[in-house]
Design a protein around this ligand. Structure first.
Ligand SMILES: *[C@@H]1O[C@H](CO)[C@@H](O)[C@H](O)[C@H]1NC(C)=O
Ligand SMILES: *[C@@H]1O[C@H](CO)[C@@H](O)[C@H](O)[C@H]1NC(C)=O
Ligand SMILES: *[C@@H]1O[C@H](CO)[C@@H](O)[C@H](O)[C@H]1NC(C)=O
Length: 363
């Protein structure tokens, strides 16, 4: 009888411990919550009781380990809690380093709360299972953690729309699983890493609206999976590496609003790129006369540069040119009477030295 009681007790303990969250994880979550203030929705009201794996808003646990695996807190979402409040989320406070005690975390999403300040805890680099770090749309400051490169499983790093400053850490190019890098709209300075091609899995690199200076490293073109490269509104200088036009799947290349000089590489015109914006730089020379069947542009924006000469005749053999803008340059001569231009109005050609012909006045 005594034995039976003993086994029953063990059995109940086992059941209890697999269904409930470990007390250490629960304590870490409560410490994390204590440094945040969410005044309108009451999302943290659900964070009570011992089982943090059950019905704690935005928390989920691994079904095998029963450790906290995901923190998913979005300030803009379709969740009924937002519809009831008729508000988007707003939260103040900071991200407590106690989050790093949740050592089995696979994703951290703390996005669009607008008012969360303070740094990204540097101990985040010690979460070996982390795959997604999405902190977009807060007011975070401080640098990207120096040892971020330790996160060998990280596929998404999104800290866009914050006030992150400092350089891109050396270790970042060690993120060998990284597919999506979004640092847009921060205050990141310094140069692009020359060994950026170590990021073999990278397909989107969105770095616009920062203070990144120096050249675009040639090695970028060795990132074979790159689809979207957005470096617009930085302080980049030097020339455009011609190798960018030879990338196999590059579809969007935005370099607008930098200090890029030199000429437009011919390779960009005859490439896989469908959206090319190199507006507002210091590009000179002529527009390469190499348009062909491979030239398919939804966007081709070359405005606000120092381009000279005539519009290339070959443009009539482009497959498609949708949005086209060569305004604010020093172009001259007759606008080719070509089908890609049929739908364009005068604004696409305005403010040049002496362009003429339809849709501008006749020559
Ligand atoms: C990058 O990873 C390699 C190999 O894992 C390591 O030796 C090196 O110290 C790391 N570099 C940085 C800057 O973290
Ligand atoms: C290209 O960039 C310029 C300057 O940043 C911007 O004003 C323009 O809207 C962009 N063009 C297109 C078609 O998106
Ligand atoms: C465009 O590129 C293709 C493939 O890279 C090449 O075969 C072709 O000759 C190029 N055309 C022009 C006009 O440069």
């Amino acid at each position: 009888m005594k034995q039976l009681l003993y086994f029953t007790a063990v059995f109940i303990t086992v059941i209890f411990s697999v269904s409930a969250c470990p007390p250490g994880d629960r304590a870490a979550l409560l410490a994390f919550k204590a440094s945040l203030h969410e005044p309108y929705l009451g999302i943290f009201k659900s964070w009570t009781g011992t089982n943090c794996c059950k019905n704690w808003y935005g928390v989920s646990c691994d079904s095998l380990t029963h450790r906290v695996a995901d923190i998913n807190l979005r300030g803009e979402s379709e969740d009924p809690i937002f519809q009831k409040a008729h508000k988007t989320g707003y939260m103040t406070g900071s991200i407590s380093p106690s989050i790093c005690k949740l050592e089995r975390l696979s994703s951290i999403t703390i996005a669009d709360w607008k008012g969360i300040t303070g740094p990204i805890p540097s101990c985040i680099s010690s979460l070996p299972f982390l795959r997604i770090l999405d902190l977009i749309g807060n007011k975070l400051t401080g640098p990207i953690p120096k040892d971020i490169g330790m996160l060998q499983r990280l596929t998404v790093l999104n800290v866009a729309d914050n006030q992150i400053y400092g350089g891109i850490p050396y270790s970042l190019t060690n993120l060998s699983s990284l597919m999506h890098l979004d640092l847009r709209n921060n205050k990141i300075s310094g140069t692009l890493p020359r060994n950026i091609d170590h990021l073999k899995m990278l397909s989107r690199a969105l770095l616009s609206k920062n203070k990144i200076r120096g050249p675009i490293p040639d090695s970028v073109s060795k990132i074979y999976r790159m689809v979207d490269l957005d470096l617009s509104f930085n302080q980049l200088s030097g020339t455009i590496p011609p190798s960018l036009g030879k990338m196999a799947v590059l579809a969007t290349l935005n370099l607008d609003g930098n200090f890029i000089s030199g000429t437009i590489p011919a390779t960009l015109i005859n490439s896989s790129i469908t959206q090319l914006n190199i507006s507002r730089n210091a590009l000179q020379g002529t527009i390469p006369d190499v348009f062909g069947a491979r030239s398919y542009f939804m966007v081709l924006d070359l405005s606000y540069n120092r381009l000279q000469g005539a519009l290339p005749k070959s443009i009539s053999s482009a497959s498609y040119v949708g949005h086209f803008d060569v305004s604010h340059n020093h172009l001259c001569g007759q606008i080719p009477n070509a089908s890609p231009f049929d739908h364009l109005d005068a604004a696409s050609f305005a403010y040049n030295d002496c362009l003429c012909g339809k849709p501008l006045k006749s020559c």
